[in-house]
Design a protein around this ligand. Structure first.
Ligand SMILES: NC(=O)c1ccc[n+]([C@@H]2O[C@H](COP(=O)([O-])OP(=O)(O)OC[C@H]3O[C@@H](n4cnc5c(N)ncnc54)[C@H](O)[C@@H]3O)[C@@H](O)[C@H]2O)c1
Length: 325
């Protein structure tokens, strides 16, 4: 492709390429290993907030080893559901790392769903009990689906999901779809408490709220459990987070940045970043009783590691549309 052209990949194009989840988990883990070696550039994401509890974030990253450089421009608008629009939408631009010239523009909805699930799976590989059997999912939307798909790849004994959603319609759709797709026992439950109790794994994926009214109590969470909130601290009470033996995150710089903006007013000290765990600089799970939480805010290296795979496959299979720059 000439440097005066850019490849455009629509949402449909990206989905059609259908990169398998195993591969995404693999490259996301590799990206964390690169970060551990100090070989990535990933500044905390700045954002604008045009509506209450809505965001549009700029997420740049560079991973030299993968020859991937770019930025994701992603929005989350909780009220969109009423307009029949997705909560998360946006675009990702890949640049040529030698010249800086943009080479690809792609829809980032699919990437955001998949790479977030993949990051949860990477965290679970090191922080969850290897024989985890029961998963609680609170928020049965896009992330509730992709996180289940990814967790099944690393928690091979998973047999039951307790699913909770504030929308009974969304909940039923999730139960029907996930039962048909994965053949696991997907049980709808009527309260957050029922979705957390007796679970080995808990993923919360409701809306991110700047002034949260969290409900998950420390006593609901089982010893030996692993939790991965994707909706910041909207669901977990401060005492519940403080009851963890290990409180991890995908990037403490980014967490500190969000604290300055007024989020995460009462969280424990960070034990480790995921890259430190993945690279062995810090120990992951040490026994079957530890309570561990990984506060994954979402990191642009996850996006760039996945986007370059998409771009390379699109070029090879001649998918997408060349546009003049
Ligand atoms: N940390 C990350 O890397 C990352 C990445 C992408 C999305 N997210 C976050 O994940 C969350 C879910 O995103 P999504 O794309 O799956 O959205 P979605 O709209 O597809 O799904 C959200 C679901 O949560 C339900 N819900 C709303 N309030 C709830 C509550 N209090 N309890 C339980 N369910 C509730 C909705 O009915 C809906 O089914 C958002 O907060 C989003 O910002 C985080």
């Amino acid at each position: 492709m000439s440097s005066s052209e850019v490849l455009y990949l629509s949402r449909y194009d990206v989905e059609k390429l259908n990169i398998p989840m195993e591969k995404i988990i693999q490259v996301v883990e590799e990206a964390f290993l690169e970060k551990a070696k100090g070989r990535t550039e990933v500044p905390p994401k700045p954002g604008i907030h045009p509506q209450k509890d809505a965001f549009i974030h700029a997420m740049p990253a560079y991973i030299p080893n993968m020859r991937s450089a770019g930025v994701k421009w992603v929005s989350g608008f909780p009220e969109n559901v009423k307009r029949g629009l997705p909560y998360i939408s946006g675009l990702l631009i890949l640049n040529n790392p030698e010249t800086g010239v943009p080479k690809c523009i792609m829809d980032c909805t699919w990437i955001t769903a998949k790479r977030t699930g993949a990051a949860t799976a990477v965290a679970a590989r090191y922080l969850a009990k290897p024989d985890s059997r029961v998963l609680g999912v609170l928020g049965c939307g896009v992330q509730g689906r992709s996180n289940l798909e990814a967790l099944m790849m690393v928690c091979k004994n998973l047999e039951k999901v307790k699913a909770y959603d504030t929308s009974s319609e969304n909940l039923q759709r999730y139960v029907d779809e996930m039962t048909a797709k994965h053949g696991l026992k997907i049980v709808p439950v009527s309260s957050p408490r029922k979705a957390v109790e007796n679970c080995d794994l808990v993923v919360t994926a409701g809306p991110i709220l700047k002034n949260p009214q969290p409900v998950i109590d420390e006593s609901w969470f089982k010893d030996g459990g692993f939790a991965c909130p994707l909706d910041f601290d909207s669901y977990w009470k401060p005492e519940a987070m403080h009851s963890m033996d290990k409180f991890c995150t995908d990037d403490r710089n980014q967490l500190a940045h969000y604290r300055k903006l007024g989020y995460f007013s009462s969280i424990p000290n960070v034990y480790a970043d995921l890259d430190e765990i993945v690279s062995g600089k810090k120990l992951g799970r040490e026994n079957s009783r530890e309570r561990i939480l990984s506060m994954n805010l979402g990191l642009a290296i996850e996006d760039m590691a996945t986007a370059i795979l998409i771009y390379e496959k699109a070029k090879k299979t001649e998918i997408g549309k060349k546009l003049p720059l």
